[in-house]
Design a binder for this molecule. Structure first.
Ligand SMILES: *Cc1c(COP(=O)(O)O)cnc(C)c1O
Length: 364
């Protein structure tokens, strides 16, 4: 079966992790500092702070901006649950605004109506690796004095008008095993604000600048040097990985020609890094998954429900109509696009999609 996601780990990663293991310094240390510098450079920002995972990155970014009880954060209903959960973790309230049908990201034309005196931040998600419409969101943030906190978990290496994802405010990345680069579990926060970076470092490690003197409340959300060494090796390959994803997506765009399948729409001003290659299936998505599996092609749904439709959020009264996001949740299907695919596998994916028999269900 051709997997939808597959970590690309080679001898460079093995050597880097082994060297840290043998050094005897395996917790957070010099490798993490190097990793942070390299990541900041990639995103063209002053500061990067590595943490245990992407969820923690979002949580700490909100805390560093003093967002908490009584505050509202505008975000996308069509994302991984951690986006909204990170807002709840602080005691603030997520306010969901529907998405744009073309790019699956926050629809900026609907954001303004959701701004209230309690709104503190906008948290756009660069879903599937395609940056949100940042010009319009930045203009709103400026007009209403709101913080931008990017959920760039899926968008390492992506760009909007030539500017890297992660450089538009305070931004959060995930380094989970399926993401474009990985440390197994891991996260990174990027910012140009030195005071925010300092607060993030304090929150990450028990509010402690000098050992055992705790000026602030804090957590243990550190990463380890084992992971950072892995991350540095992965970072060195990111450009190649993303180029392959983009080339694989171009192949699928050119070769998928099924009448019930629409290939992704990409805005001309962005560099989409295809964390996922997501098509829409007009009817018969479950049948499509079964038929693809029978043809040896893995496929997955990101995500089958919007966040407000999730039982926990429904129970809290968050469910309001989000027609575009709900339609996306019914339609989307991610196909393999990862950098480890061979030319034969890529052809197999396109052929299997073109051979789908969905006609009967289309009529229904
Ligand atoms: C992966 C992901 C996260 C959470 O990252 P973890 O490292 O798994 O905690 C948050 N938001 C989005 C959009 C993600 O894809």
């Amino acid at each position: 079966m051709i997997a939808v996601a597959k970590p690309q780990i080679g001898p460079e990663e093995e050597a880097a992790v082994l060297a840290v293991l043998r050094s005897g310094m395996i917790a957070q240390g010099p490798q993490t500092e190097r990793f942070e510098h390299a990541f900041a450079e990639l995103c063209d920002v002053q500061h990067a702070v590595a943490v245990s995972n992407g969820t923690v990155a979002l949580h700490l970014a909100l805390l560093a901006h003093d967002i908490g009880p009584g505050d509202e954060v505008i975000t996308s209903p069509f994302s991984f649950i951690a986006t909204a959960n990170s807002i709840l973790m602080t005691g603030a309230r997520p306010v969901f605004v529907d998405i744009d049908a073309d790019d699956f990201n926050l629809d900026p034309t609907l954001v303004e109506a959701a701004i209230t005196p309690r709104t503190r931040a906008i948290m756009p998600v660069h879903l599937y690796g395609q940056p949100a419409q940042m010009d319009a969101l930045l203009a709103l943030a400026q007009r209403y004095n709101l913080q931008i906190i990017e959920d760039a978990a899926q968008a390492v290496g992506a760009c909007y008008r030539g500017r890297p994802a992660g450089s538009f405010g305070t931004a959060c990345f995930s380094l989970y095993a399926t993401k474009n680069i990985t440390t197994g579990e891991g996260g990174m926060i990027t910012t140009n604000d030195a005071a925010i970076a300092e607060r993030l470092r304090l929150l990450r490690a028990h509010g402690m600048r000098v050992r055992y003197y705790h000026e602030h409340f804090g957590y243990n959300f550190r990463i380890t040097d084992l992971q950072s060494a892995l991350g540095l090796a992965q970072l060195g390959k990111l450009a190649t990985f993303n180029q392959r994803r983009i080339a694989n997506a171009a192949y699928l765009d050119a070769h998928i020609s099924h009448p019930a399948i629409s290939t992704p729409r990409v805005r001309p001003e962005v560099r989409h890094v295809y964390h996922q290659y997501t098509v829409r299936v007009q009817g018969g998505r479950e049948a499509a998954i079964k038929q693809l599996a029978a043809a040896g092609v893995g496929a997955a749904i990101f995500y089958p429900l919007t966040i407000p439709q999730q039982p926990f959020y429904r129970a809290q009264g968050y469910e309001v109509p989000m027609p575009v996001a709900e339609q996306a949740a019914r339609d989307v299907l991610a196909l393999p696009v990862h950098p480890g695919l061979s030319a034969e596998e890529l052809a197999q994916v396109a052929d299997a999609v073109n051979a789908l028999e969905l006609v009967a269900e289309l009529v229904v």
